[in-house]
Design a protein around this ligand. Structure first.
Ligand code: SF4
Ligand code: SF4
Length: 236
């Protein structure tokens, strides 16, 4: 991919207009789904594996590469590209096969969050992403609304809120914390724990809470994050 060098990136606010329209007639169509680093959040994994109708473990095995980062010990989960074609395994000639459940990063493309609070930046230039040359003009906010990013932002807020202070302060934490955080990606393991009455009793999870989580994957993720937070407090 030909990213825009960071020193040349223009910062955009939500009200900044920009030119963009992506469509299948462009010669670059699906090129942005090739040889690209897409980091997945726990909510991305939840949406994708639900869409594909497979377990979290199967999704993580088939569609991602995942590991604990050497320095921070945080779990890193990336969409795996096909080793031969270098395309994302979820792309077809017609475009993304999981479009309505595509990850947050894919929704944001060709923009990304900037380091500065409330700012965005293009991550690719007009030579690579020809949609940026189109005449359609929209503001960043209109683009975000159109892409349905809000639930992704909200779930990431919940995830970020449980991260330990040492990680936020110095960018690293203990390996045990990373393994615990990985449970948020592999939610079926947490769902299994909920089936054990001794586990529910120990963590004071009433039947109503457990049933609600079993019926709604987003509640399950929120409950898992609450559990992870509690476990981290004991670890640290
Ligand atoms: S490179 Fe840009 S215009 Fe081309 S398919 Fe990707 S997002 Fe659309
Ligand atoms: S998930 Fe969809 S949009 Fe994202 S890289 Fe794969 S095919 Fe492209």
């Amino acid at each position: 991919m030909c990213p825009v060098p960071s020193e040349k990136r223009t910062l955009l606010s939500r009200s900044t207009p920009f030119h963009f329209r992506c469509h299948a007639d462009l010669p670059c169509f699906t090129q942005c789904c090739r040889d690209v680093n897409i980091y997945l959040t726990p909510y991305d994994v939840l949406r994708l594996r639900t869409r594909l109708g497979i377990s979290a473990a199967e999704f993580l095995h088939k569609y991602t590469r995942h590991f604990l980062a050497r320095q921070s010990h945080l779990p890193v989960v990336q969409l795996a590209m096909d080793p031969t074609s270098l395309y994302c395994r979820l792309v077809t000639n017609e475009g993304c096969s999981v479009y309505s459940d595509r990850p947050w990063a894919c929704r944001m493309y060709p923009l990304d969050l900037a380091d500065q609070e409330g700012a965005y930046q293009p991550i690719v230039n007009q030579e690579r992403c020809l949609g940026l040359r189109e005449t359609t003009v929209l503001t960043v906010q209109e683009w975000l609304d159109d892409q349905g990013v809000e639930p992704y932002v909200e779930m990431d807020r919940v995830f970020q809120a449980i991260l330990p202070a040492d990680l936020i302060a110095c960018g690293k934490t203990q390996p045990g914390v990373g393994k615990l955080l990985y449970l948020a990606y592999d939610l079926d393991r947490f769902a299994e724990l909920l089936k054990d009455p001794r586990f529910c009793s120990f963590y004071e999870l009433d039947e109503e809470t457990v049933k609600a989580a079993e019926a709604d994957p987003e509640r399950l993720l929120r409950l898992a994050l609450r559990y992870i937070r509690g476990q981290m407090e004991e670890l640290l």
